[in-house]
Write a protein that binds this ligand. Structure first.
Ligand code: ADP
Ligand code: MG
Length: 402
């Protein structure tokens, strides 16, 4: 992919935008781009530099993403809506062509890595709730204020705030470095701040090294060793990112949207879609955070397609699909007979969501019952009956303390 029309090869310390940004290390990559940690010499902050492949279709996609990111950033001047902001954008000429570059605020690891670090066990319910709140505030903002549909919500597209940054203020008492939540005035995009007594140079250096070590290896923290304080169980904050596939509600782009496992039923039967597709994906994410496993992992089999298996899995867990969807989608007739049953998958094993949580994932009966109370309405087959992000934010489950 490092050829004409493809990725731009970056070396550490390469400079961009006339010397303003200096590449530090590679953070990740996608189908269209590579993403680098860069130092912004103008603001003296770290940023994420997304460098798009250079072929015309990638430049066009970048332009679309820049327009959407600009609207998202402009509408959230106080940066409180849990969406990734655009700081700057420019073009960079390299041996493979002209690359569109986006400068994004620097964030931490994605939620899939968080689940992996947790050995696919699922997170504590308090952490699931904190993450759900951030995503819902983001969705309420995108849907209600901007009329934007994300269309590709999944764990990889939700990033934790960067993990730890050294504090600018010294701690006033004691000399041991203290790990704590950032205060409002620090205004960082960080989940933790490591506060050290700035008068002691050596200690400060030691703390910086510890920060680098922990963020490098873990990406997030359960506790720190010597000299630090354990912050187990602190809430984690995150932001929704990757608006490369987002669209305005009034201008839906593609027929087939969303990553397979997070795809809503109305997309599969092609009965038209809007904001509720994001609410479906959100429910899949909440389930995955709580259990460590995806809610639906469809596969094609002998005599049936991946789409049909997906619908069957949904019906096994959530019951019968209403007539409206088994009859009226552009593709309904391909999958369903006139009784609303799947044509090619006959025997379904019914298992309620609540039972699944208790029996397979060893939830307590109370936890399972409360969680299902939150999830089930979001998994209504009828998109019009699904609660909005605004309604979801009022749900009592989000404020259970345990
Ligand atoms: P693509 O549109 O090509 O899939 P993404 O926007 O999803 O690109 O970015 C690819 C990867 O780069 C992400 O999965 C993540 O690891 C990293 N990344 C993206 N944006 C940021 C950011 N703001 N801060 C830190 N890392 C980021
Ligand atoms: Mg991506």
């Amino acid at each position: 992919s490092y050829r004409k029309g493809g990725y731009h090869a970056v070396k550490i310390a390469d400079s961009f935008a006339g010397g303003r940004y200096i590449a530090q290390k590679k953070l990740g990559w996608g189908e269209f781009s590579t993403v680098w940690l860069a130092y912004d010499t103008q603001s003296s902050k770290y940023v994420a530099l997304k460098i798009q492949k250079s072929a015309p279709q990638f430049a066009e996609a970048a332009l679309h993403e820049i327009q959407i990111l600009s609207a998202i950033t402009k509408g959230d001047p106080s940066n409180t809506k849990f969406v990734g902001h655009l700081i700057d954008h420019f073009k960079h000429a390299g041996p493979n062509g002209q690359h569109s570059c986006m400068v994004l605020e620097f964030l931490g690891e994605n939620l899939l890595r968080l689940i992996k670090y947790n050995r696919y066990k699922g997170l504590a319910m308090t952490q699931v709730r904190e993450i759900c709140k951030c995503i819902l505030i983001a969705l309420d903002y995108l849907h209600r204020e901007l009329k934007l549909i994300h269309t590709d919500l999944k764990l990889e597209n939700i990033l934790l705030y960067s993990t730890i940054v050294p504090s600018k203020d010294p701690v006033r008492s004691g000399t041991a470095p203290v790990l704590r939540r950032p205060t409002a005035s620090e205004g960082t995009n960080s989940n933790y701040v490591l506060a050290v007594n700035s008068s002691e140079k050596k200690l400060k250096q030691k703390a910086r090294k510890a920060v680098a070590r922990i963020s490098e290896r873990r990406g997030f923290v359960e506790g720190v060793g010597k000299g630090g304080r354990c912050l187990d169980g602190i809430d984690l904050r995150c932001k929704v990112v990757d608006f490369g596939n987002a669209c305005w509600e009034s201008k839906p782009l593609a027929q087939e949207i969303q990553t397979r496992q997070y795809r809503a039923p109305e997309v599969i039967v092609e009965s038209g879609y809007s904001f509720p597709v994001d609410m479906w994906s959100f429910a899949c994410i909440a389930f995955e955070l709580a259990t460590g496993e995806m809610m639906f992992t469809p596969t094609a089999g002998e005599g049936y397609s991946e789409d049909e298996d997906h619908l069957a899995l949904m019906m096994e867990l959530l019951g019968k699909i209403p007539r409206k969807m088994t009859a009226c989608g552009a593709r309904s007739k391909d999958y369903f007979n006139k009784y609303g049953d799947l044509k090619r998958i006959r025997r379904l094993k019914n298992l309620s969501l609540e039972k699944l949580l208790v029996e397979k994932y060893t939830f307590s009966v109370t936890d399972a019952h409360e969680f299902v109370g939150f999830l089930c309405p979001l998994l209504d087959f009828d998109p019009e009956k699904r609660p909005t992000a605004q309604q979801c934010l009022q749900h009592p489950w989000l404020n259970i303390s345990s």
